[in-house]
Design a protein around this ligand. Structure first.
Ligand SMILES: *Cc1c(COP(=O)(O)O)cnc(C)c1O
Length: 409
Protein backbone atom coordinates (compact mmCIF):
# COMPACT_ATOMS: atom_id res chain seq x y z
CA UNK A 1 0.00 0.00 0.00
CA UNK A 2 1.21 3.47 -0.90
CA UNK A 3 0.17 5.95 1.73
CA UNK A 4 2.73 8.68 1.32
CA UNK A 5 0.57 11.21 -0.54
CA UNK A 6 -3.03 11.74 -1.58
CA UNK A 7 -3.47 10.31 -5.08
CA UNK A 8 -5.66 13.11 -6.44
CA UNK A 9 -3.02 15.76 -5.83
CA UNK A 10 -0.30 13.86 -7.69
CA UNK A 11 0.67 14.42 -11.30
CA UNK A 12 1.53 11.32 -13.37
CA UNK A 13 5.16 12.44 -13.24
CA UNK A 14 5.12 12.52 -9.43
CA UNK A 15 3.40 9.16 -9.30
CA UNK A 16 5.89 7.40 -11.60
CA UNK A 17 8.86 8.87 -9.77
CA UNK A 18 7.38 7.80 -6.46
CA UNK A 19 6.86 4.21 -7.67
CA UNK A 20 10.45 4.06 -8.85
CA UNK A 21 11.70 5.42 -5.55
CA UNK A 22 9.55 3.10 -3.44
CA UNK A 23 9.80 -0.13 -5.42
CA UNK A 24 13.19 0.35 -7.09
CA UNK A 25 16.68 0.27 -5.67
CA UNK A 26 18.35 3.55 -4.80
CA UNK A 27 21.42 2.97 -7.01
CA UNK A 28 20.66 5.99 -9.26
CA UNK A 29 19.82 9.64 -8.73
CA UNK A 30 17.99 10.65 -11.92
CA UNK A 31 16.80 14.18 -12.65
CA UNK A 32 13.13 14.45 -11.64
CA UNK A 33 11.78 14.08 -15.18
CA UNK A 34 9.73 11.18 -16.57
CA UNK A 35 10.04 10.41 -20.28
CA UNK A 36 7.06 8.62 -21.75
CA UNK A 37 7.47 9.40 -25.45
CA UNK A 38 10.36 10.32 -27.72
CA UNK A 39 11.23 11.04 -31.33
CA UNK A 40 14.57 12.18 -32.76
CA UNK A 41 16.17 14.62 -30.34
CA UNK A 42 12.92 15.41 -28.53
CA UNK A 43 11.31 13.66 -25.57
CA UNK A 44 8.02 14.26 -23.80
CA UNK A 45 6.84 13.77 -20.24
CA UNK A 46 3.38 12.33 -19.35
CA UNK A 47 1.97 15.87 -19.02
CA UNK A 48 3.07 16.64 -22.58
CA UNK A 49 6.04 18.93 -21.82
CA UNK A 50 8.79 18.67 -24.44
CA UNK A 51 12.51 18.47 -23.72
CA UNK A 52 15.58 18.41 -25.93
CA UNK A 53 17.70 15.35 -25.11
CA UNK A 54 21.32 16.48 -24.80
CA UNK A 55 22.53 13.24 -23.17
CA UNK A 56 21.42 10.54 -25.64
CA UNK A 57 21.46 7.88 -22.93
CA UNK A 58 25.22 8.28 -22.59
CA UNK A 59 25.68 8.07 -26.40
CA UNK A 60 23.48 5.01 -26.92
CA UNK A 61 21.07 7.21 -28.92
CA UNK A 62 23.44 8.56 -31.58
CA UNK A 63 20.71 7.97 -34.20
CA UNK A 64 18.13 9.83 -32.11
CA UNK A 65 15.11 8.29 -30.46
CA UNK A 66 13.11 5.80 -32.54
CA UNK A 67 14.86 6.36 -35.84
CA UNK A 68 12.25 5.14 -38.39
CA UNK A 69 14.62 2.75 -40.18
CA UNK A 70 15.75 1.22 -36.88
CA UNK A 71 12.18 0.78 -35.66
CA UNK A 72 11.29 -0.74 -39.03
CA UNK A 73 14.17 -3.22 -38.77
CA UNK A 74 13.08 -4.05 -35.21
CA UNK A 75 9.46 -4.67 -36.16
CA UNK A 76 10.23 -6.55 -39.38
CA UNK A 77 12.65 -8.84 -37.58
CA UNK A 78 10.25 -9.30 -34.63
CA UNK A 79 7.80 -10.78 -37.12
CA UNK A 80 10.35 -13.35 -38.33
CA UNK A 81 12.53 -14.69 -35.53
CA UNK A 82 13.86 -13.00 -32.38
CA UNK A 83 16.05 -15.59 -30.67
CA UNK A 84 17.75 -18.82 -31.65
CA UNK A 85 20.59 -18.86 -29.05
CA UNK A 86 24.01 -19.81 -30.29
CA UNK A 87 22.96 -23.44 -30.39
CA UNK A 88 21.86 -22.69 -33.97
CA UNK A 89 22.81 -20.22 -36.69
CA UNK A 90 20.71 -17.27 -37.82
CA UNK A 91 20.77 -15.34 -41.08
CA UNK A 92 21.03 -12.05 -39.21
CA UNK A 93 24.09 -12.97 -37.13
CA UNK A 94 26.16 -13.91 -40.16
CA UNK A 95 25.21 -10.72 -42.00
CA UNK A 96 25.82 -8.57 -38.91
CA UNK A 97 29.29 -10.03 -38.33
CA UNK A 98 30.21 -9.50 -41.98
CA UNK A 99 28.98 -5.88 -41.96
CA UNK A 100 30.68 -5.17 -38.63
CA UNK A 101 33.92 -6.48 -40.08
CA UNK A 102 33.51 -4.20 -43.13
CA UNK A 103 32.88 -1.27 -40.77
CA UNK A 104 35.76 -1.84 -38.36
CA UNK A 105 38.35 -3.52 -40.56
CA UNK A 106 38.77 -6.30 -37.99
CA UNK A 107 38.56 -9.87 -39.23
CA UNK A 108 36.39 -11.28 -36.45
CA UNK A 109 33.93 -10.16 -33.78
CA UNK A 110 32.35 -11.68 -30.70
CA UNK A 111 28.83 -10.35 -30.06
CA UNK A 112 27.48 -9.73 -26.55
CA UNK A 113 24.70 -7.55 -25.13
CA UNK A 114 25.78 -4.88 -22.65
CA UNK A 115 28.97 -2.89 -22.87
CA UNK A 116 30.12 -4.35 -19.58
CA UNK A 117 29.85 -7.86 -21.00
CA UNK A 118 31.95 -6.83 -23.99
CA UNK A 119 34.67 -5.45 -21.69
CA UNK A 120 34.58 -8.68 -19.66
CA UNK A 121 34.90 -10.56 -22.94
CA UNK A 122 37.89 -8.44 -23.98
CA UNK A 123 39.57 -9.18 -20.64
CA UNK A 124 38.97 -12.92 -21.04
CA UNK A 125 40.24 -12.71 -24.62
CA UNK A 126 43.47 -10.97 -23.62
CA UNK A 127 44.13 -13.44 -20.82
CA UNK A 128 43.47 -16.46 -23.01
CA UNK A 129 45.62 -15.00 -25.78
CA UNK A 130 48.42 -14.52 -23.23
CA UNK A 131 48.30 -18.15 -22.06
CA UNK A 132 47.99 -19.63 -25.54
CA UNK A 133 50.11 -17.29 -27.67
CA UNK A 134 52.67 -16.03 -25.15
CA UNK A 135 52.81 -19.23 -23.11
CA UNK A 136 52.35 -17.49 -19.76
CA UNK A 137 52.09 -19.61 -16.60
CA UNK A 138 48.41 -20.11 -15.62
CA UNK A 139 46.95 -17.47 -13.32
CA UNK A 140 49.72 -14.93 -13.96
CA UNK A 141 48.28 -12.69 -16.73
CA UNK A 142 48.37 -8.96 -16.01
CA UNK A 143 46.35 -6.20 -17.66
CA UNK A 144 47.29 -2.52 -17.40
CA UNK A 145 44.49 0.06 -17.20
CA UNK A 146 44.32 3.85 -16.84
CA UNK A 147 43.39 5.79 -13.71
CA UNK A 148 39.88 7.33 -13.76
CA UNK A 149 38.73 4.61 -16.14
CA UNK A 150 35.12 3.59 -16.61
CA UNK A 151 34.57 0.19 -18.20
CA UNK A 152 31.43 -1.04 -16.43
CA UNK A 153 30.24 -2.46 -13.13
CA UNK A 154 30.93 -6.18 -12.76
CA UNK A 155 33.09 -7.30 -9.86
CA UNK A 156 36.11 -7.82 -12.15
CA UNK A 157 35.71 -4.44 -13.85
CA UNK A 158 35.22 -2.46 -10.64
CA UNK A 159 38.27 -4.26 -9.27
CA UNK A 160 40.44 -1.93 -11.37
CA UNK A 161 38.35 1.21 -11.00
CA UNK A 162 40.08 4.07 -9.21
CA UNK A 163 36.73 5.37 -7.98
CA UNK A 164 36.56 4.32 -4.33
CA UNK A 165 32.74 4.18 -4.34
CA UNK A 166 32.70 1.61 -7.18
CA UNK A 167 34.90 -0.84 -5.23
CA UNK A 168 34.14 -0.30 -1.56
CA UNK A 169 31.88 -2.99 -0.04
CA UNK A 170 32.04 -5.15 -3.19
CA UNK A 171 35.18 -7.16 -2.45
CA UNK A 172 36.86 -9.58 -2.64
CA UNK A 173 38.07 -8.05 -5.87
CA UNK A 174 39.62 -9.70 -8.94
CA UNK A 175 43.43 -9.55 -9.06
CA UNK A 176 45.60 -9.14 -12.17
CA UNK A 177 45.29 -5.42 -12.93
CA UNK A 178 47.75 -2.54 -12.69
CA UNK A 179 46.72 1.11 -12.86
CA UNK A 180 48.80 3.83 -14.56
CA UNK A 181 47.94 7.53 -15.03
CA UNK A 182 45.85 8.30 -18.13
CA UNK A 183 47.89 10.11 -20.77
CA UNK A 184 51.28 8.92 -19.49
CA UNK A 185 52.81 6.50 -22.00
CA UNK A 186 56.09 6.14 -20.09
CA UNK A 187 54.14 4.78 -17.11
CA UNK A 188 52.83 1.94 -19.28
CA UNK A 189 56.37 1.07 -20.28
CA UNK A 190 57.43 0.83 -16.64
CA UNK A 191 54.35 -1.21 -15.69
CA UNK A 192 54.88 -3.88 -18.37
CA UNK A 193 56.29 -7.20 -17.15
CA UNK A 194 56.74 -10.52 -18.98
CA UNK A 195 53.22 -11.40 -17.75
CA UNK A 196 51.49 -8.34 -19.25
CA UNK A 197 48.90 -9.29 -21.86
CA UNK A 198 47.08 -6.02 -22.55
CA UNK A 199 46.62 -2.32 -22.00
CA UNK A 200 42.90 -1.42 -21.75
CA UNK A 201 41.89 2.22 -22.16
CA UNK A 202 39.20 4.62 -23.40
CA UNK A 203 40.15 7.07 -26.19
CA UNK A 204 38.48 9.87 -24.24
CA UNK A 205 37.56 9.30 -20.60
CA UNK A 206 33.92 10.29 -20.83
CA UNK A 207 32.59 9.17 -17.44
CA UNK A 208 35.60 10.74 -15.73
CA UNK A 209 34.49 14.12 -17.11
CA UNK A 210 35.41 14.11 -20.83
CA UNK A 211 39.15 13.88 -20.19
CA UNK A 212 41.21 14.13 -23.36
CA UNK A 213 44.61 12.46 -23.78
CA UNK A 214 47.63 14.62 -24.65
CA UNK A 215 48.44 14.74 -28.39
CA UNK A 216 50.60 11.84 -29.51
CA UNK A 217 49.69 9.68 -26.50
CA UNK A 218 48.03 6.91 -28.47
CA UNK A 219 50.85 6.76 -31.01
CA UNK A 220 53.22 6.08 -28.15
CA UNK A 221 50.78 3.56 -26.65
CA UNK A 222 50.63 1.77 -29.99
CA UNK A 223 54.41 1.66 -30.25
CA UNK A 224 54.91 0.41 -26.69
CA UNK A 225 52.26 -2.29 -27.06
CA UNK A 226 53.68 -3.50 -30.37
CA UNK A 227 57.26 -3.55 -29.11
CA UNK A 228 56.30 -5.55 -25.99
CA UNK A 229 53.78 -7.89 -27.63
CA UNK A 230 50.99 -6.49 -25.46
CA UNK A 231 47.44 -6.08 -26.82
CA UNK A 232 46.21 -2.49 -27.15
CA UNK A 233 42.50 -2.74 -26.25
CA UNK A 234 40.34 0.31 -26.84
CA UNK A 235 36.95 0.71 -25.14
CA UNK A 236 34.95 2.73 -27.71
CA UNK A 237 31.58 1.85 -26.21
CA UNK A 238 30.80 5.54 -25.70
CA UNK A 239 33.10 7.20 -28.26
CA UNK A 240 32.46 4.85 -31.18
CA UNK A 241 29.76 4.95 -33.87
CA UNK A 242 30.36 8.57 -34.85
CA UNK A 243 30.13 10.29 -31.48
CA UNK A 244 33.45 12.15 -31.72
CA UNK A 245 33.19 13.18 -35.38
CA UNK A 246 34.88 10.07 -36.75
CA UNK A 247 33.34 6.62 -36.94
CA UNK A 248 35.78 5.57 -34.21
CA UNK A 249 37.77 7.91 -31.99
CA UNK A 250 41.01 6.06 -32.78
CA UNK A 251 40.85 7.56 -36.28
CA UNK A 252 41.73 10.95 -34.74
CA UNK A 253 44.96 9.44 -33.45
CA UNK A 254 46.19 7.76 -36.63
CA UNK A 255 46.54 4.37 -34.92
CA UNK A 256 44.55 1.17 -34.74
CA UNK A 257 44.03 -0.88 -31.59
CA UNK A 258 44.38 -4.67 -31.53
CA UNK A 259 41.02 -5.09 -29.82
CA UNK A 260 38.07 -2.73 -30.29
CA UNK A 261 35.15 -2.82 -27.84
CA UNK A 262 31.80 -1.48 -29.05
CA UNK A 263 28.37 -1.13 -27.45
CA UNK A 264 25.78 1.58 -26.76
CA UNK A 265 24.93 3.16 -30.18
CA UNK A 266 25.70 -0.14 -31.93
CA UNK A 267 22.20 -1.08 -30.76
CA UNK A 268 20.64 1.98 -32.39
CA UNK A 269 19.03 3.05 -29.12
CA UNK A 270 16.66 0.12 -29.38
CA UNK A 271 18.48 -3.05 -28.27
CA UNK A 272 21.50 -3.82 -26.12
CA UNK A 273 24.17 -4.85 -28.62
CA UNK A 274 27.89 -4.98 -27.93
CA UNK A 275 30.87 -6.62 -29.57
CA UNK A 276 34.57 -7.28 -29.26
CA UNK A 277 36.34 -6.90 -32.59
CA UNK A 278 39.86 -8.16 -33.32
CA UNK A 279 41.96 -10.20 -35.72
CA UNK A 280 41.50 -13.84 -36.48
CA UNK A 281 44.75 -14.52 -34.64
CA UNK A 282 43.37 -12.99 -31.42
CA UNK A 283 39.72 -14.11 -31.41
CA UNK A 284 40.81 -17.42 -32.88
CA UNK A 285 42.05 -18.47 -29.43
CA UNK A 286 38.48 -19.41 -28.47
CA UNK A 287 37.18 -22.92 -28.74
CA UNK A 288 33.55 -24.03 -28.56
CA UNK A 289 32.34 -23.81 -24.97
CA UNK A 290 35.01 -21.32 -23.77
CA UNK A 291 32.67 -18.36 -23.58
CA UNK A 292 29.14 -17.40 -24.60
CA UNK A 293 25.85 -15.62 -24.05
CA UNK A 294 22.26 -16.77 -24.59
CA UNK A 295 21.13 -13.45 -26.03
CA UNK A 296 24.49 -12.37 -27.52
CA UNK A 297 24.16 -12.06 -31.29
CA UNK A 298 20.40 -12.77 -31.31
CA UNK A 299 18.67 -12.07 -34.64
CA UNK A 300 16.57 -9.19 -33.30
CA UNK A 301 19.67 -7.41 -31.96
CA UNK A 302 21.61 -8.15 -35.14
CA UNK A 303 18.87 -6.79 -37.41
CA UNK A 304 18.75 -3.59 -35.34
CA UNK A 305 22.55 -3.24 -35.26
CA UNK A 306 22.73 -3.74 -39.04
CA UNK A 307 20.23 -0.89 -39.48
CA UNK A 308 22.20 1.22 -37.00
CA UNK A 309 25.42 0.76 -39.00
CA UNK A 310 23.67 1.37 -42.33
CA UNK A 311 22.01 4.60 -41.16
CA UNK A 312 25.21 6.08 -39.77
CA UNK A 313 26.63 5.78 -43.29
CA UNK A 314 23.52 6.59 -45.35
CA UNK A 315 22.70 9.72 -43.38
CA UNK A 316 26.33 10.84 -43.02
CA UNK A 317 25.89 11.02 -39.27
CA UNK A 318 29.64 10.88 -38.69
CA UNK A 319 30.21 14.09 -40.72
CA UNK A 320 27.18 15.61 -39.01
CA UNK A 321 28.73 14.84 -35.64
CA UNK A 322 31.93 16.65 -36.67
CA UNK A 323 30.05 19.65 -38.12
CA UNK A 324 27.44 20.03 -35.39
CA UNK A 325 30.10 19.41 -32.76
CA UNK A 326 32.18 22.26 -34.15
CA UNK A 327 29.10 24.47 -34.39
CA UNK A 328 28.15 23.82 -30.76
CA UNK A 329 31.74 24.13 -29.52
CA UNK A 330 32.18 27.51 -31.27
CA UNK A 331 29.00 28.78 -29.64
CA UNK A 332 30.04 27.51 -26.21
CA UNK A 333 33.40 29.23 -26.56
CA UNK A 334 31.58 32.58 -26.78
CA UNK A 335 30.07 32.07 -23.31
CA UNK A 336 31.45 34.55 -20.86
CA UNK A 337 30.60 32.80 -17.64
CA UNK A 338 32.43 33.09 -14.37
CA UNK A 339 31.31 29.53 -13.61
CA UNK A 340 33.17 27.88 -16.49
CA UNK A 341 36.67 26.56 -15.94
CA UNK A 342 37.18 24.71 -19.24
CA UNK A 343 35.25 23.42 -22.23
CA UNK A 344 36.63 20.35 -24.00
CA UNK A 345 35.58 17.53 -26.26
CA UNK A 346 35.49 16.13 -29.74
CA UNK A 347 32.59 16.00 -32.17
CA UNK A 348 29.35 15.88 -30.19
CA UNK A 349 30.99 14.68 -26.98
CA UNK A 350 31.53 17.86 -25.00
CA UNK A 351 32.23 18.57 -21.35
CA UNK A 352 31.78 21.94 -19.65
CA UNK A 353 33.88 21.89 -16.50
CA UNK A 354 32.75 24.34 -13.84
CA UNK A 355 34.83 25.93 -11.11
CA UNK A 356 34.37 24.32 -7.69
CA UNK A 357 32.91 27.62 -6.51
CA UNK A 358 29.94 27.11 -8.87
CA UNK A 359 28.66 24.58 -6.34
CA UNK A 360 28.54 21.50 -8.59
CA UNK A 361 27.08 20.80 -12.02
CA UNK A 362 23.87 19.20 -10.70
CA UNK A 363 22.00 22.42 -10.01
CA UNK A 364 22.78 23.69 -13.51
CA UNK A 365 21.42 20.46 -15.01
CA UNK A 366 18.27 20.89 -12.92
CA UNK A 367 17.91 24.50 -14.07
CA UNK A 368 18.39 23.39 -17.69
CA UNK A 369 15.74 20.72 -17.21
CA UNK A 370 13.26 23.38 -16.08
CA UNK A 371 14.01 25.23 -19.32
CA UNK A 372 13.54 22.11 -21.46
CA UNK A 373 17.10 20.88 -21.94
CA UNK A 374 18.10 17.48 -20.57
CA UNK A 375 21.71 16.81 -19.69
CA UNK A 376 23.49 15.23 -16.77
CA UNK A 377 26.32 16.13 -14.47
CA UNK A 378 29.38 13.93 -14.86
CA UNK A 379 31.26 13.60 -11.62
CA UNK A 380 30.92 16.74 -9.49
CA UNK A 381 31.73 19.61 -11.77
CA UNK A 382 31.24 18.68 -15.41
CA UNK A 383 28.14 19.15 -17.55
CA UNK A 384 28.22 16.61 -20.38
CA UNK A 385 26.64 17.60 -23.70
CA UNK A 386 26.14 14.64 -26.04
CA UNK A 387 22.98 15.12 -28.12
CA UNK A 388 21.88 12.66 -30.80
CA UNK A 389 23.99 13.11 -33.96
CA UNK A 390 20.83 14.01 -35.91
CA UNK A 391 20.54 17.35 -34.05
CA UNK A 392 20.21 20.42 -36.30
CA UNK A 393 21.79 23.88 -36.05
CA UNK A 394 18.41 25.31 -35.11
CA UNK A 395 18.03 22.84 -32.26
CA UNK A 396 21.57 23.62 -31.08
CA UNK A 397 20.66 27.34 -31.13
CA UNK A 398 17.58 26.54 -29.05
CA UNK A 399 19.64 24.61 -26.48
CA UNK A 400 22.43 27.20 -26.50
CA UNK A 401 20.12 30.10 -25.64
CA UNK A 402 19.06 28.12 -22.56
CA UNK A 403 22.62 27.20 -21.64
CA UNK A 404 23.49 30.86 -21.91
CA UNK A 405 20.71 31.86 -19.51
CA UNK A 406 21.55 29.18 -16.99
CA UNK A 407 25.31 29.65 -17.04
CA UNK A 408 24.94 33.43 -17.00
CA UNK A 409 25.79 35.11 -20.34
C1 LIG B 1 28.66 2.73 -20.84
C2 LIG B 1 30.06 2.26 -20.88
C3 LIG B 1 30.40 0.94 -20.51
C4 LIG B 1 29.39 -0.03 -19.96
O1 LIG B 1 28.35 -0.30 -20.87
P1 LIG B 1 26.95 -0.86 -20.34
O2 LIG B 1 26.15 -1.08 -21.58
O3 LIG B 1 26.38 0.17 -19.42
O4 LIG B 1 27.24 -2.13 -19.63
C5 LIG B 1 31.73 0.55 -20.62
N1 LIG B 1 32.68 1.41 -21.06
C6 LIG B 1 32.39 2.67 -21.43
C7 LIG B 1 33.48 3.57 -21.94
C8 LIG B 1 31.08 3.15 -21.33
O5 LIG B 1 30.80 4.41 -21.65
Amino acid sequence: MITTATPETKTPTQEFIEYTEIFGTPNYKPLPVVISEAKGVWVKNPEGCKYLDMLSSYSALNHGHRHPAIIKALIDQAKKVTLVSRAFHSDQLGLFLKELSDLTGFGRSLPMNSGTEAVETAIKTARKWGYIKKGLPQGQAEIIVAANNFHGRTVTIVSFSTDEQYRKDFGPLTPGFKVVPFGDAEAIKSAITPNTVAFLVEPIQAEAGILMPPPGYFQKVREICTRNNVLFMLDEIQTGMGRTGKMFAFEHEGVRPDVLILGKALGGGAMPVSAVCASSEILGVYQPGDHGSTFGGNPLACAVARAAIRILKEENLVERSAQMGEYLMNKLRTLKSGYIKEIRGRGLLIGIELHAAAGGARRFCEALMHRGVLCKETHEHVIRLAPPLVITEKEIDWAFSRLKKVLGT
